[in-house]
Design a protein around this ligand. Structure first.
Ligand code: CAA
Length: 258
């Protein structure tokens, strides 16, 4: 695994953990973090021993947004030519499920990063928001789009126009997070979810991820057809044969991820 400047990477039984590690800057997302996170995620994605990836933050933040100090002197031409923030799309290319374990502030780019993940777990101390309006800008890593799809126009407008923070309870009520976990148990809980996913077929879980994400991109009719075609394709896998045989034989399946 590559050495990283701004993140910590470790591996558990069947999963990898990426920890954003710039706590003095509340894990603000600068270009180096983008490079490190997307590189580590791609490496874990390519690692056959990894079935899921956990993304979390060191100390009191998940991430307090894109790095304001890095953007302060950014001008239009530079940002436009570099297509600033587009590099985060690399995270969307990861085929394995990514669990965001949101341990504290998830603001601006931090909230947007969490929303790029597949399962969001919030600690009781998590705080979500899109405070870009306070800086005279707007979300740039997907906030106006993913937040609106996740929690609807009313709340997305409320958050993006006022810049206010939403606590874990409100985030769960709004459907932004899957569930809330006691702060001290967050990482253990995320590991349990990752370990559970690791007992499944990697092929099937990649198909699930692909199919659910298609729901954001297409009509219901096209999405249903897409899902059916993937279901048909799943019948061509060894893991389908093993999964169904194990059910009939009343034993645990031994998936080979093929
Ligand atoms: N960028 C750079 N540095 C940041 C940062 C950010 N987004 N957020 C916090 N920091 C730094 C602070 O500058 C401070 O550094 P110094 O000690 O060197 O001064 C350190 O982290 C600790 O922060 P605070 O002293 O502000 O801590 P606090 O507990 O008083 O407040 C906070 C916490 C409410 C999260 C506050 O830090 C804050 O409002 N941060 C900015 C949040 C924000 O506006 N995020 C959106 C950024 S723009 C964006 O993300 C665009 C996009 O859509 C991609």
């Amino acid at each position: 695994m590559t050495d990283f400047e701004t993140i910590l990477v470790e591996k558990g039984e069947g999963y990898g953990i990426i920890t954003l590690n710039r706590p003095k800057a509340l894990n603000a997302l600068n270009l180096q973090v983008l490079k490190d996170v997307t590189t580590a995620a791609a490496e874990l994605d390519a690692d056959d021993s990894v079935s899921a990836i956990i993304l979390t933050g060191a100390e009191r933040a998940f991430a307090a947004g894109a790095d304001i100090k890095e953007m302060q002197s950014l001008d239009f031409a530079t940002a436009y030519k570099a297509d600033w923030f587009a590099g985060w799309n690399r995270l969307g290319e990861v085929r394995k499920p990514i669990i965001a374990a949101v341990n504290g502030f998830a603001l601006g780019g931090g909230c947007e990063l969490a929303m790029m993940c597949d399962i969001l777990l919030a600690s009781t101390k998590a705080k979500f928001g899109q405070p870009e309006i306070n800086l005279g800008v707007l979300p740039g890593m997907g906030g106006s789009q993913r937040l609106t799809r996740a929690i609807g126009k009313a709340k997305a407008m409320d958050l993006c126009l006022t810049g206010r923070m939403m606590d874990a309870e409100e985030a769960e009520r709004s459907g932004l997070v899957a569930r809330i976990v006691e702060h001290d148990e967050l990482l253990d809980d995320a590991k349990k979810v990752a370990a559970l996913i690791a007992t499944k077929s990697q092929v099937a879980s990649a198909m699930v991820k692909e199919a659910v994400n298609v729901a954001f991109e297409t009509t219901l009719d096209q999405g249903l057809k897409y899902e059916r075609r993937l279901f048909h394709a799943s019948l061509a896998t060894d893991d389908q044969k093993e999964g169904m045989a194990a059910f009939v034989e009343k034993r645990a399946p031994q998936f080979t991820h093929s």
